[in-house]
Design a protein around this ligand. Structure first.
Ligand code: ANZ
Length: 845
């Protein structure tokens, strides 16, 4: 054929690959070293889109690359098929979420097959299969046994549109991550996973990932966990038996505390106000109603005007016995630290703003003008010998409105006076400890993971509720607790799980004594599914255990994880947490699930995210129909560094297709046999080919896929040039180069590469061909010809390295017989060296 016919090539190879199963990992005798390359698995909401096409193209380069390097590569795929998007879409269309979900999976699977991602199709999993979610339930029970899954009543994030609770991680800028509606607070009893028990390890183990995960993701995780180091201080309260404990990062400023603040929506505030006058109680109730209308974001906004009211109660400062009025104010949050603070307005901006508004005292206890280290400045003296103080602008925070947050020397602080901030912190903690009024403490921004959802399409929580409210875990041998059919159930969100209305399902008997019990009607957050799915791929059909521990030892952790940066916190944090839990339980021997992470950018159109409503949606299927799979895959890799966004308006899939046709034509033009001797071929082209063989692996391993594609393009051009130069398609170097092009292209454009490989006289599949070792002799630098002149006349030529130094070149010139002869007995007056091309020697005499 003379035409590069994309659809013919695609149709031709798909059934052959189905037959060959080139990416199966099931051979137990395969002793090659292993690599686990994992692409984040998709939600089955609709067909694959451009974002998937990018992610799977890039992940596939890596998987195919490691195979070429002699590794046995596990590259599995599955579907994250439970969850809200599927359920909402199913409700809208009046369908069972199952039907909708599995139809989409079938469609996506077809699309992935055509997209020729090198997945092992024998290991597919769907999280909505009972065979999978049974092990979610098992995992839940393991956490429950360890006290890491527990129920508590608290204020939770509630999405009024989706009618379900959300984890903190699913609230983005105060809005529901899924539907963008403003999230409100609601008091509910819910299931939690105690991720906070792992806060330190989740933070400290990030060190292991440095250099292997994007720095941005590491810092996002650090900030999310948000460890603060400081102290707890206990304050007596007049008329109350128990003390109030506050968390502070600045115990050094305790002498500067002038009032206390509690979160208005905390239990402590309610209790304190109950002991106050009826007037205070009344105004507090009115105030609380106002505060509850504010969003979390508003309350944390430092620039926003703060509000508060005094509670008519007083606390006693443990170091100086001062009486501090207790206020309730919106800027103190109920669920951070202890929900109560000591206010030090001189040194904390929020406290200062508040103190100035309500005319509360401000007392400076750190002289931030005093040098902390180095010499104390020598001041001039007046006639009486008294130092003249320089006329500094006022730094009194009460006047300027600027809190003094910096370091300095302690003042007005009794035994701390004169100390620097860090020493004062240490000293104060010792002091508090000796009086039993405080201690060193840490606090975290991280909250426990709220995992119950009031929705149908998820994993049922394997807990039974007894008549007395006791919690009975479903025995392991009775798992899975399968979802009942949707027959007769109303899935419309209404605040309580639809499963509660499935009477036959919900009412069952206790495994302990046969008494009537009710099943927990909630389902698990789908992030539970994805927190460990990478382990299920190791033995996806095992019905006796969640995953095969021996297989996990061999394959895991994942060597290379590929996916969007949108999962920088949620999924990656949960997977890290569950991995550590499984480590503690003895199921895995590693503590981090993903040794390396690549975050691909997004595919945009005209600078913005694609969406139907914006009218800038590019349909993947249209692109594939128009340009072919290989051209789209190549375009994704060629567009730029993988972390960068791709603007589809700026790339040229048509250009990619043209290039692929050029490469493919080379294979048709090769006329030599596979047995031809390489060394007879064109040396310049051979050098080019081997330089490429030497450079490409390093480029791939540092994710410079676009550079590799550019280098393949150059090699294609060089090969064509050799053919056209008169050497023709019979030159051995042309065959060698074309074979290398096919091998390299198999990473990016598997159809074209396979077709070339066949034309070159080999049998499929090129995906199994190993990367070739460059010949070191062909890697030595080529030489350039330097011209040696005497008085402007060429007297000799020498072959030199392009990197030759001026000194070396001049020496070569002076040693040249032709030059020596031309100089004769004349005097050399000037030497001009233009390395590596020219030397000119001027003479006189
Ligand atoms: C006294 C103090 C003096 C403070 C000072 C700071 C500066 P991070 O770094 O975010 O952990 N705080 C504690 N609990 C709070 C809550 N529930 N809501 C609002 N603010 C709270 O900040 C810790 C500091 O934030 C704590 O240290 C406390 O104010 C405040 F010169 O205590 B500090």
């Amino acid at each position: 054929e003379t035409e590069y016919d994309v659809s013919r090539i695609q149709e031709k190879w798909l059934p052959i690959w189905d037959e060959l199963k080139p990416f199966s990992t099931s051979n137990p005798d395969d002793k090659r070293p292993r690599k686990y390359v994992l692409d984040m698995f998709p939600y089955p909401s609709g067909d694959l889109h451009m974002g998937h096409a990018e992610a799977y193209a890039l992940g596939d380069v890596i998987a195919r690359y490691w195979r070429q390097q002699g590794f046995r590569v596990l590259h599995p795929i599955g579907w994250d098929s439970f969850g809200l998007p599927a359920e909402n879409a199913a409700i809208k269309r009046g369908l069972d979420p199952r039907k909708w979900t599995y139809e989409n999976i079938a469609q996506q699977r077809q699309s992935m097959r055509r997209y020729a991602a090198s997945f092992d199709w024998d290991r597919v999993l769907h999280t909505s299969d009972p065979e999978f979610y049974k092990w979610n339930q098992w995992l839940f029970l393991k956490l429950y046994e360890k006290g890491l899954a527990y129920r508590k009543a608290s204020w939770v994030n509630w999405c009024p549109f989706d009618q379900t609770v959300l984890a903190n991680e699913q609230v983005v800028d105060g809005r529901c991550e899924r539907c963008d509606n403003v999230v409100v607070k609601k008091q509910l009893t819910q299931w939690y996973f105690k991720i906070t028990a792992y806060a330190d390890r989740l933070l400290d183990d990030l060190k292991q990932l440095e250099g292997h995960w994007p720095a941005k993701v590491l810092s996002m995780q650090r900030n999310w966990i948000g460890r603060s180091v400081g102290a707890e201080v206990d304050f007596e309260v007049e008329g109350r038996n128990e003390k109030i404990t506050v968390f502070t990062t600045r115990p050094d400023t305790l002498y500067g505390a002038t009032f206390m603040v509690v979160a208005p929506d905390s239990e402590l505030a309610a209790e304190l106000v109950a002991g106050s006058t009826p007037e205070v109680q009344q105004s507090f109730r009115a105030y609380l109603t106002e505060v509850q209308k504010e969003t979390e974001i508003e309350r944390q906004d430092a620039g926003r005007e703060k509000t508060g009211i005094p509670l008519g109660r007083f606390a006693i400062n443990p170091v100086n016995g001062e009486r501090l009025p207790i206020w309730a104010a919106d800027y103190v949050l109920a669920d951070y630290g202890s929900g109560a603070i000591m206010a030090v307005p001189a040194h904390d901006q929020r406290d200062l703003d508040f103190a100035r508004k309500y005319e509360l005292p401000v007392r400076v206890v750190v002289d931030t003008n005093a040098p902390v280290t180095g010499a104390i400045p020598v001041l001039e003296l007046d006639e009486q010998g008294v130092p003249i103080l320089p006329d500094l602008p006022s730094t009194d925070p009460a006047e300027t409105g600027e809190a003094l947050a910096g370091d300095g020397r302690m003042i007005n602080s009794g035994p701390l006076d004169g100390l620097s901030k860090s020493n004062a912190i240490k000293r104060m903690i010792e002091l508090l400890q000796s009086r039993g009024a405080g201690r060193a403490a840490k606090t975290y921004r991280l909250r426990d993971w709220l995992i119950s959802r009031q929705r149908y399409w998820g994993t049922p929580i394997p807990i039974l509720h007894g008549a007395e409210g006791e919690l009975i875990p479903v025995p392991e041998d009775q798992l899975p607790v399968t979802l009942p059919s949707t027959e007769g159930l109303d899935l419309q969100p209404k605040g309580a799980s639809p499963l509660g209305a499935a009477e036959e399902w919900v009412n069952t008997t206790s495994p302990i004594d046969g008494s009537p019990v009710r099943r927990d009607p909630d389902t698990m957050d789908t992030f539970v599914d994805s927190s460990w799915y990478f382990l299920r791929f190791l033995s996806p059909n095992d019905d006796g255990q969640a995953f095969d521990v021996k297989e996990a030892d061999k394959w895991a952790p994942v060597d290379q994880y590929v996916g969007g940066v949108t999962h920088a916190i949620l999924h990656l944090l949960y997977a890290r947490f569950i991995t550590k839990v499984l480590f503690d339980l003895g199921y895995v021997s590693f503590t981090e699930p993903f040794s390396a992470l690549l975050n691909q950018g997004m595919v945009l159109m005209n600078g913005s995210a694609m969406s139907k409503s914006r009218g800038n949606l590019v349909r993947l299927s249209d692109q594939l129909d128009e340009h072919g799979v290989d051209a789209i895959r190549l375009t994704m890799a060629f567009a730029g560094p993988p972390e960068d966004d791709i603007d589809w308006a700026d790339v040229s899939p048509g250009g990619s297709a043209k290039f692929l046709a050029r490469a493919w034509r080379l294979a048709g033009d090769v006329t030599s046999d596979p047995s031809v001797e390489w060394k007879t071929g064109d040396l310049a082209l051979r050098r080019h080919t081997h330089r490429f063989l030497a450079d490409a692996p390093g480029l791939i391993e540092s994710f410079k896929f676009n550079v590799v594609v550019a280098r393949i393009m150059e090699l294609v051009n060089a090969t064509r040039k050799t053919i056209d130069s008169g050497r023709g398609g019979g030159d051995a170097a042309v065959r060698e180069a074309t074979e290398v092009i096919a091998i390299a292209l198999s990473l990016f454009a598997p159809y074209t590469a396979e077709e070339m490989w066949e034309k070159l006289g080999y049998s499929p599949t090129v995906a199994h061909v190993q990367w070739r070792k460059p010949d070191p002799h062909l890697l030595v630098e080529e030489s350039v010809t330097a011209i040696l002149q005497v008085d402007g006349k060429v007297r000799d030529r020498v072959e030199v390295s392009p990197k030759v130094s001026a000194e070396q070149l001049e020496k070569l010139a002076r040693d040249s017989a032709g030059v020596v002869r031309a100089i004769g007995d004349r005097e050399v007056v000037n030497v001009i060296v233009r390395a590596p091309r020219l030397v000119n020697i001027a003479t006189r005499g």
